[in-house]
Design a protein around this ligand. Structure first.
Ligand SMILES: Cc1cc2nc3c(=O)[nH]c(=O)nc-3n(C[C@H](O)[C@H](O)[C@H](O)COP(=O)(O)OP(=O)(O)OC[C@H]3O[C@@H](n4cnc5c(N)ncnc54)[C@H](O)[C@@H]3O)c2cc1C
Length: 387
């Protein structure tokens, strides 16, 4: 795909968001029904196939465009990137590690959005420390597995129809090999046991899942190789973090745009509040943080293009962008005064939703640990992008 075609796709998404979504966000948020027409429109644009190879019906976009699209969606309506993020993680895992049979069976349906994906790692007793998962996959004589266990906090867990589940084989010491298993939601024994209420993202379901004697055939083991689950997950977290950083920047952009416009419209003491220096300081802080966050994402992308990986810079970009977005939504609330706190303006919602990015795709404490570890083990500051 040529560069101009790729930019055209990002541009197309921006126009779609501005024309179809932005004027309707408040109405979409207020309605209780799931916004299926928005998901259908996203599918129409090919967004569910963003990371799927073209041979399987996807767009196979370069990482820069994927991240830029997540920013555009995040700037329009924060629910939209959440419909896509874990789906794209599943699609990327199958594209990278799936056998030919797995790719042929699943990628076309993932690409056109007819089967949405969920990434199923976290358990009630463990989130950051995935080595401690307890969900068991017991090997069967026919090469298949039987899955038993419980997972929690699964984004799109209810609506997705393809679940990429991290589970371990039994072993006397409880430390059997950990692998990823592809589970179709129609499989008997798979159950959405509970929907979890949360601060924001009303239309994005977060589910608790149970696997009770779920029989999987041999095709379910990702790549057909046992014991590769954690390296496979870790290898794609870097791109997931950049996508999340892009999404957070999009949300911050929305908050800044609302605050800036409001500051021009609202008058106190005989003039627009944007003329008051105290308000200008908020606006300047917000804009500076936003541009810095975006620059960090670009730097991580540049480094990844040059060296193949950018673990430290991706973690830095995720850490900085998501923390900045928390701060920016709060500053926007201050600019709007009382109107920042009420649901007629979007800031109240953005303020409630921003913290999720600090907590997922590796908490920001974990990002700091990755940054420090990468620095300690690195073979030189230039290799890290520090010079
Ligand atoms: C809305 C929502 C959607 C989610 N979507 C998904 C999903 O789609 N799929 C999925 O699998 N999971 C999902 N999660 C789970 C999310 O990824 C985890 O909540 C996250 O990984 C943290 O795990 P935990 O909640 O168990 O916290 P814990 O791991 O128990 O951590 C608790 C605290 O301790 C800190 N901490 C832990 N270990 C260390 C350490 N070594 N050093 C320093 N600090 C540490 C953490 O940073 C945190 O502050 C979602 C969560 C939410 C809330």
């Amino acid at each position: 795909m040529s560069e101009s075609e790729v930019s055209a796709i990002v541009e197309g998404v921006r126009h779609f968001v501005r024309r179809e979504i932005v004027p309707n966000v408040q109405r979409l948020e207020e309605q209780d029904d799931f916004p299926q027409h928005v998901v259908d429109a996203m599918a129409e644009l090919g967004l569910f196939g963003m990371v799927v190879p073209q041979a399987y019906g996807g767009l196979d976009l370069p990482l820069e465009d994927y991240v830029a699209i997540m920013e555009e969606l995040g700037a329009g309506w924060s629910a939209m990137p959440s419909f896509l993020n874990s789906h794209c993680t599943v699609a990327r895992l199958i594209s990278l590690y799936g056998t030919d049979e797995q790719k042929q069976r699943y990628l076309p349906e993932l690409a056109d959005g007819s089967r949405r994906g969920a990434i199923v790692l976290t358990e009630p007793s463990t989130g950051s420390d995935l080595k401690q998962i307890r969900t068991q996959a017991v090997p069967q004589e026919d090469g298949g597995f039987v899955l038993n266990g419980q997972k929690i906090f699964i984004t799109n867990g209810q609506r997705a129809r393809l679940h990429m589940v991290l589970a371990r084989q039994p072993a006397p010491d409880g430390k059997g090999p950990i692998s990823l298993f592809i589970v179709e939601s129609e499989t008997p024994g798979f159950e959405v046991s509970r929907l979890i209420h949360k601060m924001g993202f009303k239309h994005v379901d977060t589910a608790e899942l149970r696997f009770d004697g779920v029989k999987l055939d041999r095709l379910a083991l990702l790549g057909g190789l046992a014991g590769q689950g954690l390296p496979q997950v870790l290898s794609i977290l870097e791109t997931g973090r950049l996508a999340m950083a892009g999404t957070a920047v999009g949300m911050a952009r929305n908050a800044l745009a609302v605050a800036l416009q409001y500051s021009k419209d609202r008058e106190t003491f005989g003039q627009p509040i944007c003329n008051h220096q105290a308000v200008q300081i908020h606006l300047a802080n917000m804009a500076t943080q936003l541009v810095a966050a975006r620059a960090m994402i670009r730097e991580a992308l540049r480094h990844k293009a040059q060296y193949g990986r950018a673990d430290m810079l991706s973690s830095m970009a995720k850490l900085f962008a998501t923390e900045a977005t928390m701060t920016i939504t709060q500053e926007a609330m201050r600019v709007l005064g009382g109107y920042g706190y009420v649901a007629e303006f979007p800031i109240e919602r953005l303020y409630r939703e921003a913290p999720i990015y600090v907590l997922t795709e590796g908490t920001n404490e974990i990002q700091r640990i990755i940054i420090a570890r990468e620095m300690i083990k690195a073979d030189g500051p230039d290799r890290l992008g520090l010079m």
